[in-house]
Design a protein. Structure first.
Length: 159
């Protein structure tokens, strides 16, 4: 019974941590939205420390590859001085696209946590096996908040 309680408390702590870091990614997403960018934000965490923060910059940089995940991966690799991020977790507000999933795979990201599912352009629809086989995936953390941010942004564009 104690072993079961221990597992539960570890899971609860993990959920709390995932929510905390997803809230940090949401802050980044809001920054993107304020700049007229699609509001996607990301943070990379290594050993309980945020080592990279990023948001979409595709409009700002006139670069279709400047997604939040790509920016965060580049910053994290630079911070660590190496291209492999197998001891890191990437938190992103929306399910990564196929391009970002490929970058996550090449970086050998230890864990991917995302909020809202992207049914139209998410990697799971087109390339569900794109991630590195050892990457742990958690989805749905603060999904409603993440999805609401996207819906508000695109509703504002249609006005």
């Amino acid at each position: 019974m104690n072993q079961q309680l221990k597992r539960l408390s570890i899971k609860e702590n993990t959920d709390l941590d995932d929510s905390y870091y997803m809230k940090q990614a949401l802050l980044e997403a809001r920054k993107a939205g304020e700049r007229g960018e699609v509001p996607v934000g990301a943070v990379v965490v290594c050993k309980d420390r945020i080592i990279a923060r990023a948001h979409n910059l595709t409009e700002t940089l006139t670069d279709v590859t400047a997604h939040a995940e790509m920016q965060a991966i580049t910053a994290a690799a630079s911070t660590l001085g190496g291209k492999y991020l197998n001891e890191c977790t990437l938190y992103v507000t929306v399910e990564p696209c196929v391009m970002c999933a490929g970058a996550i795979a090449w970086a050998q990201m230890g864990k991917l946590v995302f909020g809202a599912v992207d049914e139209k352009r998410g990697y799971q629809r087109y390339a569900s096996q794109a991630l590195h086989p050892k990457t742990i995936v958690v989805q749905g953390i603060l999904a409603d908040e993440c999805a609401a941010l996207m819906k508000e942004f695109f509703a504002g564009k249609r006005r």
